[in-house]
Design a protein around this ligand. Sequence first.
Ligand SMILES: *Cc1c(COP(=O)(O)O)cnc(C)c1O
Length: 460
Amino acid sequence: MNHDELAHWSKRAADWVRDYHAGLRERPVRARSTPGETAAKLPAQPPEQPEPIADIFADFDAIVPDAMTHWQHPRFFAYFPANAAPASMLAEQLANAIAAQCMLWQTAPAATEIEQVMMRWLRDALGLGPHFTGTIHDSATTATLSAVLTMRERALDWAGNADGLSGQPRLRLYASDQTHSSVDKAARIAGIGQDNLVKVPTDAALAMDPAALDAAIRADLEAGFLPAGVVLCIGGTSVGASDRLDAAIAVARDHGLMAHVDAAWAGAAMICPEFRPLWQGVDRADSVVFNPHKWLGAQFDCAVQFLADPVDQVRTLGLRPDYLETLDQDEVVNFNEWTVPLGRRFRALKLWFTLRAYGLEGLRKRIRNHVAWAAELAEAIAALPDFEIVTAPALSLFTFRYRDSDEETAELLRRINDDGRIYLTQTRHQGQFVIRVQVGQFDCTRDDVMCVHQVLRDLA
Ligand SMILES: *Cc1c(COP(=O)(O)O)cnc(C)c1O
């Protein structure tokens, strides 16, 4: 395949994409494949000779779409969304075609500077204080890992980077039981250890109890441990729990600890001023992560980390071997020094396209609709016989249960997802099996959302 053929097939691909999207509502949301089914359709060995793109494309069409769960389906209400607004897809095509490795300013000046400007646009759009700067990671997991590594090094006065962790005091991290497993993973990878991630109890509102946080830190100090930082959550993955940042960050500050806020999903909603009370106090955080690739429409992957002061993170993660030295490096930002991987994709381009093509007002309107429709749907489900709303909508996420039974709720979920009109997933809340509903598909309609109510009526 050469570049002329690429141009031809790219047009074919664009038409394919249009038809795929137009036909999504006709497809079951969740894949119906069985394990091994796709692999069995592929030859065991790679071809020795080149094959025509027409054949490859035909096989793609025959094999792939039917064996995918359709994340862009307007009736996908599972997990959290991974939205790909059309404008962001276009930007990804261009970024893929330029195919730059954006590790240094010099290797990609436009990518670096558009990233800097996008970080300012997003900071202001979310109502964050002007002291924040930001960078783009592949995932919230990596952003949280970066923050945890920085907590570790700050607590050890950078001795961990130099000497390793052997012989160092035992470090401790704090997070509520509602925080995402990425915090546990960060504790593992950072060498702190999962058992040194203290899960602080939450109150009736599912927010971390600040007095319990304070008590846990004091007890650890007394026991000779070295507290390193606190990870707080806004819009937790299970049922959308949020900590009270004001109170929790005040405790962290009293003990000189860093505070990192995981708002991977809910952060996007902060473009609407009326939702900002949810993260009141965020301006005192050291680090905040949110995923534009979830609710904002910037195609996966794109996770933004805001930093009150990047110096500590750059000191933790940044390295300048001889082969990465550039002449002008004191005047520019080399974003690889802010993140775990050296290589970086040109992710800022899709933010630029997305923010411009829909405007903040267009994005706010979608999020407001989703929140309003989730509330309407929850109310309609509550009115059905044998259904109970277990956690009320947190923004656009709520959970429900059927006949107050784990078995019946799980059986209903199986039937819902075999039916295929919608896709829902489960979690456990206070020991009970519950079904989650989140509303957040970029171009879903009120009818798509109310379809959940219809499906429940049909299948219960
Ligand atoms: C989705 C999510 C994550 C993980 O995000 P990745 O970008 O997939 O690593 C972490 N925390 C919360 C609250 C999330 O919703």
